[in-house]
Ligand binder design. Structure first.
Ligand SMILES: Nc1ncnc2c1ncn2[C@@H]1O[C@H](COP(=O)(O)OP(=O)(O)OP(=O)(O)O)[C@@H](O)[C@H]1O
Ligand SMILES: [Mg+2]
Length: 256
């Protein structure tokens, strides 16, 4: 469970990233965040695991304040939160297996990790995770030899090996073609359903949001302007999020 309590974020240069966000995301939800570029989607996501510090309010993850947590406590909360990026964030020259195993780093001492000594249990977890995303046969291939979609599924496997309870995905399919996009989104949906891992996914596509979300949150200028189920997300709701389409202008541009 993730709870935003009156959260605001102002960047050091004065730009407002988020303003008075108050909401709770329950375990097992598949939340899609939509909004125009600059609406605050990435800021929202990165606030959850404190990649960004908020400037007001508090965020609780499973009833623990990540905002106030320090040292070991912060580390332990973060261990439950996996993150997936648009550009995959893999170590390209390492094997797929190494990349997935890196999801286990948070469970071991630094010294052990310097020597790369992962216990057998970790290797089993990593292989299970790869099997779940259909890439077990690629375990010992170098990450940069995989296609973009496969690399993104490796990053999903890394979050699974981490045994994350929540996965944050910042535009996970923005650099993928439509077929690969479907495979990656289907994997996220399957993991959400089968393992009850909470998903918070930033997307640019309204169609994908409607297809995969159980709940859509619309941000505009750092504020929540829509929060509801897919059936409540009508064209009118999207107008609120994206602003009214200037049809006159669209027609003029098309005519050029
Ligand atoms: N490091 C930063 N310093 C200052 N302002 C920032 C910083 N990062 C983001 N912003 C500003 O905060 C606001 C929200 O940005 P954010 O990146 O969260 O938007 P977004 O919805 O993820 O956009 P996009 O769809 O383009 O990824 C924007 O006005 C942006 O310019
Ligand atoms: Mg963004």
């Amino acid at each position: 469970m993730i709870e935003f309590k009156n959260v605001s974020k102002v960047y050091p240069n004065g730009t407002r990233g988020l303003t008075n966000i108050d909401l709770t995301i329950e375990e097992g939800e598949f939340v899609v965040i939509v909004g125009l570029s600059g609406a605050g989607k990435s800021t929202f996501l990165r606030s959850v695991n404190r990649l960004h510090e908020i400037t007001e309010g508090e965020i609780n993850v499973n009833n623990k304040s990540i905002t106030k947590a320090k040292g070991k406590a912060l580390y332990e909360i973060r261990r439950d939160i996996g993150m997936i990026f648009q550009n995959f964030n893999l170590v390209k020259r390492s094997s797929v297996m190494r990349n997935v195993l890196s999801g286990r780093v948070g469970y071991h001492s630094t010294l052990r990790m310097i020597f790369g000594l992962f216990p057998k249990h970790d290797k089993e977890l990593a292989l299970d995770a790869l099997e779940r995303v259909g890439l077990k046969d690629k375990a010992y291939v170098r990450a940069d030899q995989l296609s973009g979609g496969q690399q993104q599924r490796v990053s999903i496997a890394r979050a699974l090996a981490q045994e994350a309870k929540v996965i944050l995905a910042d535009e996970p399919v923005a650099s993928l073609d439509p077929l690969t996009t479907k495979q990656v989104m289907d994997d996220l949906a399957k993991i959400n359903e089968e393992l009850k891992i909470t998903m918070i996914v930033n997307l640019h596509s309204v169609d994908l949001a409607k297809k995969y979300a159980t709940r859509i949150i619309g941000l505009k200028e750092g504020k929540v302007v829509f929060d509801g189920s897919v059936s409540e997300a009508t064209d009118k709701a999207f107008e609120q999020i994206y602003g009214k389409v200037d049809e006159e202008n669209v027609r003029k541009r098309a005519a050029k």
